[in-house]
Design a protein around this ligand. Structure first.
Ligand code: MTE
Length: 335
């Protein structure tokens, strides 16, 4: 995503620093006790590392096992990305802009108590507390591809429930056309929110949005876990959105509010650089980002440091069943 303050000079993860180079550089520098200052010079890393370097050795978040079913239609036949990689290579700018910053800096993030509010154009506004996030709706495991706009991808076994189930309980009014999402705003816990340098120049809280029909699609998931356990903070604990046919930035983390509205809501990356990140953000190999192609992606698997795993990107990230949602739209215009 973007470098702090300069969305127009974004450098993609895969273009700037191949993972193997990045990992090698970090372990080498770490062995010299020198990661902090050096990351200021590294193009894909951030000052966040340096800021938090003295604060290592924090308590590690403990994920809890979840009860869930495994519907056969969501068990794709592709190698799952190892849990270690899913939980250590993240984008969560509230905790810093480098890929390893969220795992390092979010381990003490408090997710209980938690309040998720569903309001706006609904007949029955709802408030879910921490326990009801995992107990109110039957949980399912869904193995989805996750395709980041930066052109890397993973295969993640999420645990969650359909957003549609939640929205139905709130009973939307006829006037509701869109759904707006909001991440927790708590600069004390999320230092990137109060410091533009650490938080990538984003205006917080992080916000996202979907059209109501997209939100009601059966693929759209509210995730509370992965690999059979509750989400770790760096992946968006205690609850995050997962929209598998859209670029990863739509899948907003640590959600506290879901608001139904009649107007298209503002979204974080669109607000920062509207010529680069659209409201729709459907995965589309034919529509390039202004500064890089989206035709292929680097699949993150169990491969060693030197494995490249470049694969072709699929339209809608392979979820062709969503195509009817956009049948009358020019997807080059509505990117
Ligand atoms: N949500 C919040 N609140 N803040 C973020 O920085 N990053 C987004 C998305 N959700 C982000 C967020 C981006 S760019 C991606 S690719 C995915 O989270 C990454 O999810 P993961 O770290 O679980 O792989």
């Amino acid at each position: 995503m973007s470098k702090p303050f300069k969305p127009s000079v974004n450098l993609t993860d895969n273009h700037v620093t191949d993972e193997s180079v990045y990992m090698n550089r970090r372990s080498l520098l770490k062995s010299f006790g020198f990661v902090g200052a050096s990351t200021l010079l590294a193009q894909s890393a951030s000052a966040a590392d340096w800021f938090w370097e003295d604060e290592k050795e924090k308590a590690t978040f403990q994920s809890k096992p979840l009860d869930f079913t495994k519907p056969s239609q969501y068990q794709i036949n592709e190698t799952r990305t190892p849990e270690k990689k899913i939980t250590s290579y993240n984008n969560f700018y509230e905790f810093g802009t480098s890929k390893d910053a969220p795992a390092e800096n979010a381990s003490e993030f408090k997710t209980d108590p938690w309040t998720l509010k569903i309001d706006g154009l609904v007949k029955k506004p709802l408030v879910l507390d921490h326990d009801s996030l995992t107990k109110r709706f039957p949980l399912q495991e869904r193995i989805y591809r996750l395709r980041c706009v930066e052109a890397w991808s993973m295969v993640v076994p999420w645990i969650g429930f359909e957003l549609a189930a939640l929205i139905k309980q709130a009973d939307p009014l006829m006037s509701a056309k869109y759904v707006a999402f909001e991440t927790l705003y708590d600069p004390e816990q999320m230092p990137g929110q109060s410091n533009r340098f650490l938080g990538g120049g984003i205006e917080y809280p992080y916000v996202e949005g979907l059209r109501l029909d997209e939100a009601m699609h059966p693929l759209t998931l509210m995730s509370v876990g992965l690999y059979g356990k509750t989400l770790p903070p760096q992946n968006g604990a205690p609850i995050r959105l997962v929209v598998p046919w859209k670029y990863g930035f739509k899948s907003i983390k640590s959600v506290v509010r879901i608001r139904l509205t009649d107007k298209q809501p503002p979204t974080t990356w669109n607000r920062l650089a509207s010529n680069e990140y659209g409201f729709y953000a459907n995965v589309n190999p034919k529509v390039s980002h202004p500064r890089w192609s989206q035709a292929s992606e680097r699949r993150i698997t169990s491969g060693g440091l030197l494995s490249r795993n470049r694969i072709e990107t699929q339209m809608f990230n392979g979820y062709s069943e969503v195509a009817p949602l956009y049948s009358d739209m020019n997807l080059a215009k509505f990117y």
